[in-house]
Design a protein around this ligand. Structure first.
Ligand SMILES: NC(=O)c1ccc[n+]([C@@H]2O[C@H](COP(=O)([O-])OP(=O)(O)OC[C@H]3O[C@@H](n4cnc5c(N)ncnc54)[C@H](O)[C@@H]3O)[C@@H](O)[C@H]2O)c1
Length: 292
């Protein structure tokens, strides 16, 4: 994960729109990452506004689960980030903002680059303008993507213990530097890349307190993966069918090791050569509660 910081997200600076009980606004709050964050905040009795148009199939189940688990600490705003007026209303009530709502699939961005741009780039600009209109705007966290770095063909890899890793020890130990040059790839990469640059510049130019995370291939609980996005979850949901198993054997060694990240917790599992072994590891994983 790569982080770019401007301002002080966790500083003591207090926003001007309410008291300590003001809710945290999470756009895309019914989605995978939004639901995990909301659950964490709600578990410490922090109220949240989930701002989501429920366009991702399945995420209404996350909304139901959060409501059933946390009751009226959960506020739901069924709205689109392209709806400036409703967005502004939600931002005005917030103590902090996490902007996760997005068109998240590279494939869909290839089918309809305009809609991808409208949701990701324009939707983020709508958010920034809503914040800028406030006398004392709350801080903003934005989730960008590794697609802003392009193919990274220059990074030399080696295979060690069945997985690929960078040859360069600094990259191996610390990940990639923020100084790395940007190469937006795919319409999705361009719309998210444009959005993150606006987020950073609204800090520089207008003094908003913003942070950008550049993330890659996260998966875990509450994710409704499909072939277009969230494919690791989708793969395990398909329960190692014959076809999946056949496909898997053609994959390179590194691709057969998956790294699961669940907000600080890590589980490693290796998809084995034989279907039975793969089944066993999935059953074990399900029993351990890390995935269902
Ligand atoms: N999961 C990953 O591996 C990953 C990697 C890099 C970046 N990201 C970024 O993290 C963020 C969250 O990703 P996620 O994995 O939780 O995705 P997700 O699809 O589970 O969640 C996104 C949520 O946004 C909602 N949404 C989509 N368009 C909307 C719109 N126009 N208005 C309002 N709501 C809308 C969806 O209904 C969904 O609930 C996204 O911005 C994504 O680009 C995710």
């Amino acid at each position: 994960m790569n982080t770019k910081r401007n301002g002080h997200i966790n500083g003591s600076h207090h926003h001007g729109n309410g008291n300590g009980a003001a809710p945290v606004l999470i756009t895309g709050g019914a989605g995978f990452i939004g639901t995990n964050l909301a659950h964490r905040l709600l578990s410490s009795h922090t109220p949240v506004i989930l701002y989501d148009n429920l366009s991702r199939p399945g995420v209404e189940q996350n909304l139901d689960w959060l409501r059933a688990t946390h009751g009226n600490l959960v506020q739901f705003e069924p709205a689109d980030v392209r709806d400036c007026e409703t967005l502004r209303g939600a931002v005005q009530r917030a103590s902090q903002v996490f902007h996760f709502a997005a068109q998240v699939a590279v494939t869909t961005s290839l089918d309809d680059p305009t809609e991808d741009f409208e949701i990701n780039a324009r939707g983020t600009l709508n958010m920034l303008e809503a914040l800028r209109s406030l006398p004392n705007p709350p801080p903003l966290i934005f989730t960008s993507t590794n697609k802003v770095y392009g193919t990274m063909d220059d990074v030399k890899l080696r295979v060690r213990d069945g997985r690929y890793e960078p040859e360069d020890s600094i990259a191996r130990e610390n990940g990639f530097s923020e100084a790395r040059h940007l190469h937006f790839h795919s319409p999705y990469g361009c719309s998210k890349g444009a959005a993150e640059q606006y987020v950073l510049d609204y800090s520089r130019t207008f003094g908003l307190r913003t942070t950008v995370f550049r993330m890659s291939c996260i998966y875990g609980l509450h994710q409704f993966g499909n072939e277009d996005q969230g494919w690791v979850a989708h793969f395990f949901d398909s329960r190692a069918s014959e076809r999946t198993h056949r496909d898997l054997r053609r994959w390179p060694a590194g691709a057969r090791r998956f790294v699961c990240r669940r907000f600080g917790e890590r589980v490693f599992t290796r998809a084995k050569k034989h279907r039975d072994a793969l089944r066993t590891s999935i059953q074990h994983w399900r029993r351990s509660g890390e995935y269902d």
